[in-house]
Write a protein that binds this ligand. Structure first.
Ligand code: NAD
Length: 487
């Protein structure tokens, strides 16, 4: 399979003609050669987005919304093939891409389609003789850079609010997983998005991504990825002082109190870390157990983790697929070695599965490690099916450990004590908290972090706010001739 760049409403070759190989994480075999966007292609895409902006931003908001709604319908019609494409490219099990990634993508586009004509301004009660109203106006051309872990869903998280608000978009998918994003571009063209409103330019971060982040023709960069790259984006954005929104790494604390309902906590904690092979910024990668229930919890948790069916993502029975790249598999294995060197105890996994049928793929067994809160494996984002377990004595200590990393994205707690639940949620330094559940997301609920997890919010009205400016208009409604000096 060969793919092209999507610029100005058409699929076009890259200016320099270079390509990037895309591999199947199940067995390392090549599945596509994608056209590689470099600086000249980014320039073309930004120019196309800029040219499309005046008409798109002036289009009736309800009409922009209607296109997003049509896209959501079209995604649902195409759901079987989109799910297969996403599984092939990323290694997500088909049961997840069918059951979560595709429906959530459609739901998010639909949510923002409905939102397009509901972004209202306000009238401010100012002094007599004046009317002051505030309009929400689109920013212009938005550059969007996303990672490889949920490429399909990110199309909707990023483009949904940006387009609904009247911006035009240049989106750079991760070089590892661009296929579903290119398919969404096809569907957008089919349902009638005008040329240039959306441009898709897969390429490497250091070239295409950096150029987009620096580009003087881009008004905002919305970035999802690692904290290290986020810092580079901020620096690159300084030239034209473009707006920046950052969804960065996380090290989610998942606290199980002594009064938790353990069967639910065990299941929820497994989903928190093993769904999508742990390649989620909001993964519950630190499991904090009250010392009184630690043994009982671990007994059930380890049994469950050991029973997870690891295998070919295209097999509908598979519960955990491969990691998305060889390089990433090696990175997670390095953390298994670090855990060992730091004196941690590997309670489960720590290596690729022994199954010969999986030996060419980028697999890793579900891994559970006992470690101390200050260890590297409890402080650094591993981004794999790797959970670090530590214990605590009381609520105060649990909160201190939970808040003891540089990150602040998502975290959870399990307790049947109503007051404790809200008290601890309130004390957690985290953009999102889940009580007796984990990793719930919904297009209406703000998503984002604090601290080194970034700033700005996706989803909900917050996202619309982040993709618009507040324009304040003052009107003199007084019948009198004003004095020369303001009252
Ligand atoms: P990454 O930062 O290496 O890459 C992310 C994207 O940035 C890719 O498209 C990449 O090509 C691009 N990029 C790389 N260098 C760049 C540069 N100098 N300038 C511009 N763009 C550049 O991250 P990754 O390893 O691909 O993804 C995993 C990370 O993403 C994890 O840290 C994870 O927590 C984070 N993430 C965060 C969220 C969130 O919403 N907070 C969601 C998913 C993933």
């Amino acid at each position: 399979m060969q793919t092209k760049l999507f610029i100005g409403g058409a699929f076009v070759d890259a200016v320099e003609g270079t390509t990037i190989p895309v591999l199947n994480p199940h067995d390392g075999s090549p599945i596509a050669d994608i056209a590689e966007a470099r600086a000249a292609d980014i320039d073309r895409a930004v120019a196309a987005a800029r040219a499309a902006f005046p008409a798109w931003s002036r289009m009736a908001a309800a009409d922009r919304g209607r296109l997003l709604l049509k896209l959501a319908d079209r995604i649902e019609e195409d759901s079987a093939s989109l799910a297969r494409l996403e599984s092939l490219d990323t290694g997500h099990p088909l049961r997840d891409t069918r059951g979560l990634d595709v429906p959530r993508t459609a739901a998010t586009f639909r949510y923002f389609g409905g939102m397009a004509d509901k972004v209202q301004g306000s009238v401010v009660p100012v002094e007599a003789g004046f009317l002051n109203y505030v309009q929400r106006t689109p920013l212009g051309v938005v550059g969007q850079i996303v990672p490889w872990n949920f490429p399909l869903m990110f199309t909707s998280w990023k483009m949904g609010p940006a387009l609904a608000a009247g911006n035009t978009v240049v989106l750079k998918p991760a070089e590892l997983t661009p296929l579903s994003t290119l398919r969404i571009a096809e569907l957008m063209a089919e349902v009638g998005f005008p040329p240039g409103v959306v441009n898709i330019v897969p390429g490497y971060g250091a070239t295409a991504g950096q150029h987009l982040a620096e580009h003087p023709g881009v008004d905002k960069i919305a970035f999802t990825g690692s904290t290290a790259t986020g810092r580079r984006i901020v620096q690159a954005s300084a030239g034209n002082l473009k707006r920046v929104q950052l969804e960065l790494g996380g090290k989610g604390a998942n606290i199980v109190f002594e009064d938790a309902f353990l069967p639910a906590a065990i299941n929820g904690s497994a989903f928190a870390i093993f769904h999508n092979q742990g390649q989620a910024c909001i993964a519950g990668s630190r499991l904090l157990l009250h010392e009184k229930i630690a043994d009982a919890f671990l007994d059930g948790f380890l049994k469950l983790a050991a029973s997870i069916r690891v295998g070919d993502p295209m097999d509908p029975a598979t519960e955990m697929g491969p990691l998305t790249s060889r390089q990433h598999q090696e990175r997670v294995l390095t953390y298994c070695r670090i855990a060992h060197q730091e004196g941690g105890e590997i309670l489960l996994g720590g290596m690729p599965p022994q199954d010969y049928a999986l030996s060419k793929g980028f697999y890793l067994q579900p891994t559970v490690v006992r470690a101390q809160p200050q260890d590297r494996v409890c402080q650094e984002e591993v981004f794999g099916p790797f959970v670090a377990v530590s214990t605590f004595k009381n609520e105060e200590e649990a909160i201190a450990i939970a808040n003891g990393t540089e990150y602040g994205l998502g975290g959870g707690l399990w307790t049947q004590h109503l007051q404790r639940a809200h008290r601890v949620a309130n004390a957690m330094r985290s953009g999102m908290v889940w009580i007796n559940c984990y990793k719930r997301v919904n297009p209406g609920s703000p998503f984002g972090g604090i601290g080194q997890s970034g700033y700005g919010r996706e989803m909900g009205f917050e996202a619309m706010h982040d993709y618009t400016d507040a324009k304040s208009v003052w009107v003199n409604v007084d019948a009198q001739i004003p004095p020369w000096y303001p009252r």
